[in-house]
Design a protein around this ligand. Structure first.
Ligand code: MN
Length: 277
């Protein structure tokens, strides 16, 4: 039995299938981890969700910003742009099954057996592993509770930029959600910059990638993440970034989590470059 973690699929079902074939994925026994952004911009969001749902507990995924955007749109809180390619889900007869599935996914996932944790954007360097897990659970409770719409309605926004244990209500949940689904840059005080989407050469002064700040509460747990396609593969143990830009016509990448060395396998996704122009 093998566990493969795969970068941001974003509706690119064909690339995912080609990648799983290339790694010799065994449909009966192997496990698949997806770093989030299952949907958004790519051609077949329903196909990706069908595959993940059909795998039951052999597939694990965490929510990315595009997945949360779909949830907000499903409650009528956000407009879907044609380039998001989310309409096939919202207009599908199994729409409620797709939406319920996503509402029940968490923001981070930890396997003690593999000594590995997965989040879409990353882990907050100033929270221990158990604090990261418990804060993610606070958001899960809002998504699976009686009123996910109110949470989704209050989820958007870039503030607060700095964590304070005393934060409460929507501000607290918004900060936590931004950390796990959108974060790229922090400063040494732990402040988030949520505007910058490019590479490192033009990052704002005083800000660095979150994974440049040592987290004494993590020890040797491997952290697998996605979300930052501009950087491509990030291999900076214990951090491993897997968004190699599939939806932008670059690559979709997988890593074998049982291997101690970082064993990355990629497939080119150039067909989508043509589709997306
Ligand atoms: Mn993302």
């Amino acid at each position: 039995m093998a566990t493969w973690a795969v970068g941001d699929v974003q509706g690119c079902l064909d690339s995912l299938k080609i990648l799983l074939e290339k790694v010799g994925f065994d449909d009966q026994s192997d496990r698949l981890w997806l770093v989030g952004d299952l949907v958004g911009r790519g051609p077949d969001p329903c196909g990706v969700l069908d595959l993940v749902i059909s795998m039951e507990d052999r597939a694990v995924c965490v929510l990315g910003n595009h997945d949360l955007h779909l949830l907000a749109a499903s409650f009528g809180l956000r407009q879907v742009k044609p380039k998001d390619r989310l309409s096939p889900i919202l207009e599908h007869e199994r729409r409620s099954e797709y939406i319920n599935f996503l509402l029940n996914q968490s923001l981070i996932y930890y396997s003690p057996d593999l000594n590995c944790v997965m989040a879409h954007a990353g882990l907050y360097p100033w929270w221990s592993l158990s604090e990261n897990l418990s804060h993610a659970k606070e958001v899960s409770r809002a998504l699976t509770g009686p009123d996910p719409k109110s949470f989704l309605e209050n989820m958007y926004g870039d503030s607060p930029t700095l964590w304070d244990e005393a934060l409460c209500g929507w501000e607290r949940l918004r900060f936590i959600t931004n950390v796990f689904s959108r974060m790229r840059l922090c400063d040494e005080k732990g402040q988030l910059d949520l505007k910058h989407k490019g590479g490192l050469s033009d990052a704002p002064d005083g800000f660095s990638p979150w994974f440049d700040f040592t987290n004494p509460g993590l020890t040797d747990t491997r952290v697998v993440f996605g979300h930052w396609s501009t950087l491509g593969i990030v291999n900076k143990p214990p951090y491993l970034g897997l968004d190699s830009g599939c939806v932008w016509g670059r690559c979709l990448s997988a890593v074998h989590l049982e291997s101690e060395h970082v064993n990355i396998i990629s497939v080119p996704c150039d067909q989508h470059a043509k589709i997306d122009g």
